[in-house]
Design a protein around this ligand. Structure first.
Ligand code: AG3
Length: 269
């Protein structure tokens, strides 16, 4: 095999692969590749979840934007994110407890073995792992300072993380939430659904990052709850030197939306 293709709606992305390191069929089909120019790559149900080259552009924005918009996040839950990339970023902060909730043990086990982007996060004593559906977890869990939703596209096992009930439960369980909210350009329906269904977080905003190996590279996130950007520089001191993408300028700039997207957001919020 030479090329891996992901097809979108009338277009797609081709990535040259050197070899397939592992494939497993369980709750989801999980594949790990060694690529020619983007490092290792994780694919779930045929959809690229990350490459080593650009995963920080995603994970750092998903995690540090909410973490540094909270005064003192000590207890954090990551829902999804079995590859450990988001968890790795959470542990850069002064947290006392981080719970990772993923429905698919295979993603965790194979990522630990073959991808290794968690950089030891799964062995950290502050971490607890729960193998279950994220919505079920929220029904009985403790209160967290920050909840981070690192889901796959809402087809299959992760669609429970996209509905109104999920956000009603989440609203009762955290001060600040962040979630990945798909491509606002070529996955408009998913994006709109998330914006509408996250309404229990009355105050919420959309922000962007460029993630070249996701559909059309322009990726969106939603932050909701009691976030504030007033002390970003001071708070950044806690993690300065550990990031390859995030800094307070990038944080603020990520909230600048082009006209077409502002209109989309205003129509849904
Ligand atoms: N989850 C969001 C990536 C979705 C990409 N979609 C696609 N390729 N169709 C990323 C999980 C990484 N922790």
């Amino acid at each position: 095999m030479v090329w891996f293709f992901e097809y979108y709606d009338g277009c797609g992305l081709a990535i040259k692969v050197k070899k397939k390191l592992y494939e497993a069929e369980g709750v989801q089909k999980v594949e790990i590749y060694e690529t020619e120019s983007m490092g290792k790559m994780l694919v779930i149900d045929g959809k690229i979840q990350l490459t080593e080259l650009d995963e920080p552009f995603y994970h750092e924005m998903l995690v540090h934007v909410p973490m540094l918009s909270h005064e003192n996040p000590r207890k954090v839950a990551v829902i999804g994110g079995g590859d450990g990339g988001a968890l790795r970023e959470v542990l850069k902060h002064n947290v006392e407890r981080a719970v990772l909730v993923d429905i698919d043990r295979n993603v965790i086990d194979l990522s630990r073995k073959f991808l290794k982007i968690d950089h030891g996060a799964f062995e950290d004593e502050r971490v607890e792992i729960a193998i279950m559906d994220g919505k079920e977890f929220l029904r009985d869990c403790e209160i967290f300072d920050v909840i981070i939703v690192d889901s796959t596209d809402p087809v299959g096992v992760s669609d429970t993380l996209f509905d109104r009930e999920f956000f009603e439960l989440a609203r009762q369980k955290c001060d600040v939430i962040s979630l990945q909210s798909q491509s606002p350009l070529i996955q408009k329906e998913y994006f709109r659904t998330l914006l509408v269904n996250s309404a229990p977080f009355e105050r919420r905003d959309v922000y962007l990052s460029c993630v070249p190996t996701y559909p059309l590279a322009l990726w969106s996130f939603i932050i909701g709850g009691e976030y504030d950007f007033s002390n970003l520089e001071e708070r950044f001191e806690r993690i300065k030197g550990t990031t390859v993408h995030y800094n307070p300028d990038v944080h603020r700039a990520a909230f600048a939306l082009p006209e077409w997207l502002k209109k989309e957001v205003e129509a849904c919020i």
